[in-house]
Design a protein around this ligand. Structure first.
Ligand code: C2E
Ligand code: CA
Ligand code: CA
Ligand code: CA
Length: 277
């Protein structure tokens, strides 16, 4: 820093340095994590709200770092986005998830893959999706790409065009964490999402009888219905919440009540139990 001689800023520096140092160490490890094979995907079931049948699994990345132990994606994904490491990591996630679904899951079960804005802005994003589909042999109709409203904050037309090309391949697009961030209903006009994922904070609010949360979920469901989109309620943790969400008319439910994110091998057990084999 230019202030090395000391002065007014000095007393704040230890904390700042600790933070920057932690970040630097994490980034260093993250840089090698792919090559060192430190990532795995876990999968969380998404069920039909009425039948409770599993219709999809969302792929969620896990990082077990030899230096830092288990690091939450809520921590390292933003860092990966800042450093653009999300591009190769995201490609790996896409390929791994498509392969797992194509090789081991029943055909009616889809896979949801989270994609960051930085990935969409890469010129070869669509090509990387095409590659993941053809390498795995996964039918594009079984792939749902999850994006958040943040894709519309900058270079919106590039992101939208990339997603439209994915839709032309047969993939569907889900709008994740709906209602958080810079929500604007205008976004729903700009792209034909197949699913709106209602953020867990609304489900939590509704469970605590918050009239606002209940009204918002009702409105989102009505709006999605009339736009020909489905809704997934996120973060449903118990039977009471599941019941409430069902009454509110959400199409699909995801949350600990129906299954936590699990290793790929457990997915096979869940599916085997479901088909009764
Ligand atoms: P998200 O896409 O909103 O994923 C849902 C998060 O909610 C997951 O956290 C999941 O474990 C958690 N969750 C699911 N059901 C419940 C519940 O009933 N209660 C509670 N308290 N939590 C529940 P996770 O796996 O820690 O991931 C955090 C975020 O990291 C994700 O939020 C997503 O934004 C990002 N992420 C995870 N994997 C990837 C990835 O492969 N690529 C990208 N770009 N982002 C990812
Ligand atoms: Ca998601
Ligand atoms: Ca979400
Ligand atoms: Ca999220």
């Amino acid at each position: 820093a230019k202030d090395e001689g000391g002065g007014a800023h000095r007393e704040f520096e230890p904390a700042l340095h600790a933070n920057a140092e932690e970040r630097r160490l994490l980034e260093n490890s993250l840089r090698h994590a792919l090559a060192r094979d430190e990532f795995v995907l876990h999968y969380q079931p998404v069920v039909d709200a009425t039948t409770e049948e599993v219709v999809s699994f969302e792929a969620l990345i896990r990082w077990n770092s030899p230096e830092h132990g288990f690091v939450s994606p809520a921590k390292f994904i933003p860092l990966a986005e800042d450093t653009r490491l999300i591009v190769p990591i995201g490609t790996w996630v896409m390929e791994r998830a498509c392969l797992e679904a194509a090789e081991n899951w029943p055909e009616h079960v889809r896979v949801n893959v989270n994609v960051s804005p930085e990935q969409l802005l890469e010129t070869d994003f669509v090509a990387s999706v095409v590659r993941a589909l053809s390498q795995s042999g996964l039918n594009a109709k079984r792939l749902e790409i999850e994006v958040t409203e943040s894709i519309f904050l900058r270079d919106a037309s590039i992101a939208r065009e990339a997603l439209e090309r994915c839709m032309a391949l047969g993939c569907s697009i889900a709008l994740d964490d709906f209602g958080t961030g810079y929500s604007s209903l205008g976004y729903l006009r700009r792209l034909k999402f197949s699913t709106i994922k209602v953020d867990r904070s609304f489900v939590q609010g509704a469970a605590q009888q918050s009239p606002e949360s209940l009204a918002i979920i009702r409105a989102v469901v009505a709006m999605a219905d009339s736009l020909g989109m489905t809704t997934t309620a996120e973060g449903v943790e118990n039977d009471e919440e599941a019941q409430m969400i069902r009454e509110l008319g959400c199409t699909k439910i995801q949350g600990y009540h129906f299954g936590r994110p699990m290793p790929a091998s457990d997915v096979l057990d869940v599916m085997a139990r479901q088909t009764g084999s």
